[in-house]
Design a protein around this ligand. Structure first.
Ligand code: XLS
Ligand code: MG
Ligand code: MG
Length: 407
């Protein structure tokens, strides 16, 4: 039965067409997180629907699909109790070997500071021993990152916030949080110098709600303000890992949030996924909800020469099987990203978009500088805004290549 169903899945996936061979997929700086592929489908109200899988499974399958990079939380691969002991290095070295065997590289490492009971009051808890432990865990992740050849470390602060008000003093907690990042940067400078490697790029990731009701650093903008606050000893080592859906969740225009990170020179890493405004973190795969917005996001990033990772931080839905995770979910997500990225190139090269944009920028040659003449000179030109949006829609659906839909 399940063999037949797999054959059906494979046949229909192939019938969709539009997929890229693994060697083409590998040309893009795409990373696959350990936790995304290994997510078993659990949630507060949901039991898991998939069986556990290992890093060996994930790395092997990513290699087969053509996902060139792998990323992980420390606890995705090493039990909490084993971290910070010599035994952790056995696993790290085995991961290194597995990555090499399959021709993958580790691009990013991150510390789990939200799931384990020790983080009940966050990594910036009142208790100094918890904060000291957090600093050691963050520094340890830096060392793991160097050992695996990573270039990025990500920090999603998770529980940094509260359910009920009054006990947590925000300014104090933010200072304590900065102490943890400072410890990671200090360790990075030492370790990188010892190994003759460049330091990592440390990237903060915001999420407006979950797993707390109130979050101290809820948006990428809040993270930018935190980086510039003076609390960080090495703010030049710290940038952003925005997540597409995390910005939508608070009602932002993701493209505008990314633009603010770009002008600050802090857009270093990008978690790509999809979902709905003002809803929880559903982590749907890229392009399944907002393909037009995604196309526009990628136009912005391409036009600014963004060359950091595109990290597939989504969760295959609970209805997808273990088999489907690698047969359908990951290859189709990668292919939608590539398609949208290439389409973004088409938008940038499109003669209609280019001519319209240039015409808008040239302005309307007003008869005088009087305000009424400025309005008159631009009146017809400004209809180009809507024309450009129409053209981008056409590119999204392939109509720029002459395809029409009529009876
Ligand atoms: C959770 C975050 C998490 C980070 C890494 O919502 O997206 O997966 O990307 O800890
Ligand atoms: Mg994320
Ligand atoms: Mg998310």
């Amino acid at each position: 039965m399940s063999q037949q169903q797999r054959a059906l899945l494979d046949r229909l996936t192939a019938a969709c067409g539009g997929s890229y061979p693994p060697d083409v997929r590998r040309r893009y700086f795409i990373s696959g997180p350990q936790w995304a592929a290994a997510y078993p489908g659990h949630a507060l109200f949901h039991a898991p629907t998939r069986d556990p899988i290992t890093y060996q499974d994930v790395i092997r399958e990513y290699a087969r699909i053509g996902i060139p990079c792998w990323a992980t939380h420390d606890t995705d691969v090493i039990p909490t109790e084993t971290l910070l002991t010599d035994a952790q290095w056995e696993t790290v070295d085995d991961i290194k070997k597995t990555l090499e065997q399959h021709g993958l590289r580790c691009s990013m490492v991150t510390t789990e500071t939200f799931h384990h009971p020790v983080w009940a009051a966050s990594a910036a808890a009142e208790a100094p021993e918890v904060r000291d432990y957090a600093a050691r865990r963050l520094a340890n992740t830096v060392d793991i990152g160097h050992r695996l050849g990573a270039s990025y470390a990500v920090y999603w602060p998770g529980t940094l916030g509260y359910l009920v008000q009054g006990a947590v003093e925000e300014t104090q907690t933010l200072r304590w949080f900065a102490d943890g990042i400072n410890a990671a940067c200090r360790r990075d400078i030492e370790t990188a110098a010892r190994l003759g490697r460049p330091t990592l790029q440390h990237c903060l990731e915001a999420k407006p709600f979950e797993p707390q009701a109130e979050i101290l650093l809820p948006t990428s903008d809040a993270m930018l303000a935190f980086i510039a606050s003076g609390l960080l000893e090495h703010s030049e080592m710290v940038g952003l890992n925005p997540e597409y859906l995390h910005e939508l969740m608070w009602g932002a225009a993701p493209r505008a949030a990314l633009a603010r990170a770009l002008i600050a020179g802090k857009l270093w890493h990008f978690d790509i996924n999809d979902g709905y405004r003002l809803k929880h973190d559903v982590d749907i795969a890229i392009g399944l909800v907002n393909p037009l917005d995604w196309l526009n996001v990628l136009v912005l990033l391409r036009s600014h020469g963004y060359n950091g990772p595109f990290n597939l931080d989504y969760k295959p839905p609970r209805t997808t099987s273990n088999y489907g995770v690698f047969a359908v979910s990951f290859p189709t997500a990668v292919d939608r990203f590539i398609t949208l990225w290439e389409m973004a190139g088409e938008v940038l090269a499109d003669p209609i978009v280019t001519e319209a944009t240039n015409a808008l920028k040239a302005g309307g040659s007003p008869a005088s500088t009087h305000v009424n003449d400025l309005v008159a000179a631009n009146r017809e030109l400004l209809s180009l805004h809507e024309l450009i949006a129409h053209r981008i829609f056409q590119i999204l659906v392939g109509q720029h290549r002459g395809r029409v839909y009529s009876l």
